[in-house]
Each structure stands twice: as C-alpha cells, then as structure tokens.
Design a protein around this ligand. Structure first.
Ligand SMILES: C[S@@+](CC[C@H](N)C(=O)[O-])C[C@H]1O[C@@H](n2cnc3c(N)ncnc32)[C@H](O)[C@@H]1O
Length: 195
C-alpha cells in the first residue's frame, strides 16, 4: 500500500474528512496545468491534499492551516515522511488568526463550509494577479440541491449558507466562476476579474 492509500485508509478509519477521489484528481490536474508556485490551503486535516498538490511540481510551496492539534501533528509527520517539509508548511492555528502579506497563485478553501464567503473576503488581497480560488464541498453530499436528504436543523442551516455562497460566487460581477457540481462533493474554481 503506498502512502496515499495509507492516508485514505487512516482518514476513513478515523472519520477524518478528506477530498473525494475525483475531487482530488481534478485538483491535481488543475495544479499540473496552471503550475501555481505559491499555494494557500485552508483546512489541512492529515495532509492528504497538501501532499498531492506538492507532488505535482518541485517548485510548489504550500502554507496550509489546521486548527485541530492532533490532525495537524499527523499532517506534519506525514509531510515529513514524504520529504516535503521544506516546502509544505503546516500552520497549527485558527484560520482567523493567520495573517500574511504573501501572494498566492492558488487558494484552496476546504475548511468550515459556513465561513467560505468570509474566507474569500479575508484572503482576497492575498491572491496573485492570475490567482484562483478553489472551493470544495459546494454540494455537501447532495444535500444543498436536495433538502429532503437533510436530517438535522444544523445541517439545514449549513446547506442554506453553502447555497447562498454558491449564488454569491455565480452572481458577483467581479468573479469568473466555473462550478463543477458533479466533481467530488461539488468544486468551484474562481478567478477575480481585473478592473
Ligand atoms: C475537509 S477537512 C480538510 C481536508 C484536506 N484538505 C484534504 O482533502 O486532505 C477540513 C479541515 O479544516 C479544519 N478546520 C475547520 N475550521 C478551521 C479553522 N477555523 N481553522 C483551521 N482549520 C479549520 C478541520 O479541523 C478539518 O481538519
């Protein structure tokens, strides 16, 4: 079993949410095609997506943020095992406290779904001129488009927020948004039009 299969197994056994198979394939393809050098990832979990992005190209540097101590420590170890720790930096902290002047070519947003709009606004100034945002989980297991699947009030609120966020991305004139509802758990790639 290779390292990635092992991470997938560990994530499944420990109920750690990681990107779905076709979602991560899409992201890897995008990274190989666009060749971003500086990447910011919101939501590291155990380092699965960060490792896959870093493997695409030796010039890639990644800042990735994780709040959960145990997951973050596992990510640090997994990244070290892959000899990627010199260019993949795990920040064990709340995204809200992360401040940087760096410009990123790709900002992958995969943390608290209800906060996506706030995160977009927070990190807008960190996007390089040709940079893109990538968002995962915009369908939230089909529940955003089919509310009959929703079992709890909390999930209903979350799905409403995700739906509103999606609508905002699609109608905001300064964004160019490609939304792929059938990839992974619903992925969007967003660039910001220059004025
Ligand atoms: C879906 S997982 C990330 C999966 C990872 N990108 C992958 O595909 O391998 C989302 C992670 O975001 C973290 N998270 C949620 N809210 C956060 C916050 N405010 N600051 C930092 N991390 C946060 C969670 O602890 C969780 O591990």
């Amino acid at each position: 079993m290779d390292k990635l299969e092992l991470l997938e197994k560990t994530a499944k056994e420990n109920h750690v949410p990681i990107m779905m198979k076709d979602g991560i394939e899409f992201l890897v393809h995008l990274v190989k095609e666009r060749k971003p050098q500086q990447i910011l990832e919101l939501g590291t979990a155990i380092g699965y997506s960060a490792i896959q992005m870093a493997r695409c190209n030796e010039l890639i540097e990644i800042d990735t943020i994780e709040l959960d101590f145990e997951r973050g420590m596992q990510a640090i170890q997994n990244i070290k095992d892959e000899h990627l720790d010199y260019r993949v930096h795990v920040h064990l902290m709340n995204i809200d406290d992360f401040k940087s002047d760096k410009k990123y070519d790709l900002i992958f947003v995969d943390a608290a779904k209800a906060q996506y709009r706030r995160y977009t606004e927070m990190f807008m100034n960190n996007l390089s001129d040709d940079g893109i945002f990538v968002f995962d989980n915009l369908c939230f297991h089909g529940m955003v488009d089919d509310p009959s699947l929703i079992k709890s009030r909390q999930t209903r609120q979350l799905c409403r927020k995700i739906r509103e966020f999606r609508e905002w991305l699609l109608k905001e004139e300064s964004f160019h948004c490609d939304f792929y509802s059938s990839i992974g758990d619903g992925v969007a790639v967003v660039s910001v039009k220059s004025e």
